[in-house]
Design a protein around this ligand. Structure first.
Ligand code: G4P
Length: 189
C-alpha cells in the first residue's frame, strides 16, 4: 500500500536493524485518515472471506482493526493483555511471549465475544515473530470460531512470523512488507 510505505519512509524511524518506530502515525500519535485508508484496504481484500467479526490485541492493533471492522460492517473484539478484576466470566486464555520486548503475558477474551462458528479476521499493527497472531488463533480455535485471515499493517518479512503463519495454513495479508532495514534505509518487497 503506497500511502503506508510513504508514511513509513517519511514519518518512521529505524532503530538498530530490526525495530521500526512508527509512533508518529500508528501506535502513539495516530493518523486517523491513514487508518481509514488502511481499514478500507483490509475490508476490500477480505470481503471475499465472509468475515463476521474482527479481532485484535490491545493496544496498538485497535486503531487499524477498528477501521477494518467499520468498513467490513462487523463488530470488533479486543483481546486483553492486562489481567482485570472486572474481567470475569467464561474466559479463554493463551500465553504469548514477546521476543521483541522479552516479556510474556496471558492473552484473554470472553468466550461470548467469539461466538462458535463465526469467521474472524485478526488485525494487528506489526508481524514480527508471529507470537501474537498464533496466540489469537489459539483463542479463536478454542472458542470454536474460525480464523478466516490475518491482516497486518507492517510485516517484518525478515523475521519468522510470516513463515510460521504460512505453516499454520493462515491466510496473511500485509499492507507493508519490509524486506530489510537499517538506519536511514528501508527496503520493501
Ligand atoms: P510477534 O507478536 O509478531 O511475535 O511480535 P513480538 O512478540 O516480537 O512483538 C511484541 C510487541 O512488539 C508487539 O507490541 C508488537 O507490536 C511490537 N513490535 C514488534 N516489532 C516492532 C517494531 O519493529 N516496531 C514497533 N514499534 N513495535 C514492534 P505489544 O507488546 O503487543 O504492545 P502494544 O504496542 O500493542 O501495546
Amino acid at each position: 500500500m503506497k500511502l503506508l510505505e510513504q508514511a513509513i519512509m517519511e514519518r518512521g524511524r529505524v532503530i538498530g536493524s530490526d525495530i521500526l518506530l512508527v509512533d508518529t502515525f500508528l501506535n502513539h500519535q495516530v493518523d486517523v485518515f491513514l487508518m481509514q485508508e488502511i481499514g478500507k484496504e483490509f475490508a476490500a481484500h477480505f470481503k471475499k472471506n465472509q468475515i463476521d467479526r474482527v479481532a485484535t490485541i490491545e493496544s496498538s492493533g485497535i486503531a487499524p482493526a477498528a477501521f477494518a471492522a467499520l468498513f467490513l460492517e462487523a463488530p470488533l473484539v479486543i483481546m486483553k493483555k492486562q489481567a482485570s478484576r472486572i474481567l470475569t466470566g467464561d474466559l479463554l486464555a493463551a500465553t504469548v511471549r514477546s521476543f521483541t520486548k522479552g516479556t510474556q503475558y496471558e492473552l484473554t477474551v470472553k468466550r461470548d465475544f467469539l461466538p462458535k462458528g463465526e469467521r474472524v479476521l485478526f488485525v494487528d499493527d506489526f508481524l514480527a515473530s508471529g507470537e501474537a497472531a498464533i496466540g489469537a488463533k489459539k483463542l479463536i480455535d478454542s472458542a470454536g470460531a474460525v480464523l478466516a485471515g490475518v491482516g497486518i499493517v507492517i510485516e517484518k518479512s525478515f523475521q519468522s512470523g510470516p513463515e510460521r503463519l504460512r505453516e499454520e495454513g493462515i491466510e496473511l495479508y500485509s499492507l507493508a512488507r519490509i524486506a530489510s532495514m537499517q538506519e536511514g534505509q528501508i527496503l520493501f518487497h
